[in-house]
Design a binder for this molecule. Sequence first.
Ligand code: HIF
Length: 290
Amino acid sequence: FYLNGASPKGPFVPTQADYQKVYDAIALRLQNETDYDDGSYGPVLVRLAWHASGTYDKETGTGGSNGSTMRFAPESDHGANAGLKHARDFLEPIKAQFPWITYSDLWTLAGACSIQELGGPTIPWRPGREDKDVAACTPDGRLPDAAQGQRHIRDVFGRMGFDDREMVALIGAHALGRAHSDRSGFDGPWDFSPTVFSNEFFKLLVDEKWNQKKWNGPTQFTDKTTSTLMMLPTDIALIKDKAFKQHVDRYAKDSDVFFKEFSDVFVKLIELGVPFQVKPEDRFVFKASE
Ligand code: HIF
């Protein structure tokens, strides 16, 4: 018995084909496990990849996807990470099947896989993240607070090294999934197809009229036409702020432009702070399932 895929010939060095097998196993599990939320674990897996990465601080080089420290309390208990246990648990059988992959590579690969499988752009990906221990947990407060506005968005994403255009492109991922009152306190999906990656988030932001929802929960907004959709205060900030709004308009008009710019910025997000051996031009492009 050889640990972690090692063999008598030496340590196991996975190739692109091995990572494609991991991709395929995640895609298959996504297809089989439809008895969850709107029918897919994809959105919560995207959120896991982002919350693992979004702790990055460019000044100190701490945080980011390299480490997967959300496996441990206190990081797993940070309010912003509520509900992500569903995503981490979903991936445990995959980790058991491919014990050689690190959690931090697995979580980011699962995010890339989910975006592709839900009809989004290809997300080129490279391995190289290592799991760190509990001492590397980041302090609470690095992930954004949805109750705030444009200044906060620029503070938090500026700390990671993103500019205005990149911030808006990223937030288009809110086409996927929903808010849960027992996790963040907010409630509802952003659009009518929360398991399909699209530019609908931007179209709705510009085409709909958004009113403050009348309820006992935290301030959120609802669409005038159906009162079934929601926007967070940070989402509405994208149309209040002139510099942000110009990108919202571009992405609402042109889905291809959104897909291209989103892919680039999501790749950047999941690579923040990772000391890769694989060069950028050698990133893997995974084949999506049929
Ligand atoms: Fe989210 N996000 N996000 N987000 N997010 C939620 C859900 C998802 C913010 C807040 C929330 C990004 C940025 C920001 C996804 C993906 C991304 C929820 C609801 C909140 C409150 C959680 C719940 O109750 O279950 C804020 C304040 C952000 C900065 C402005 C990223 C760009 C959009 C970086 C990103 O990729 C996804 C997917 C979900 C849906 C999860 C689900 O379980 O369906």
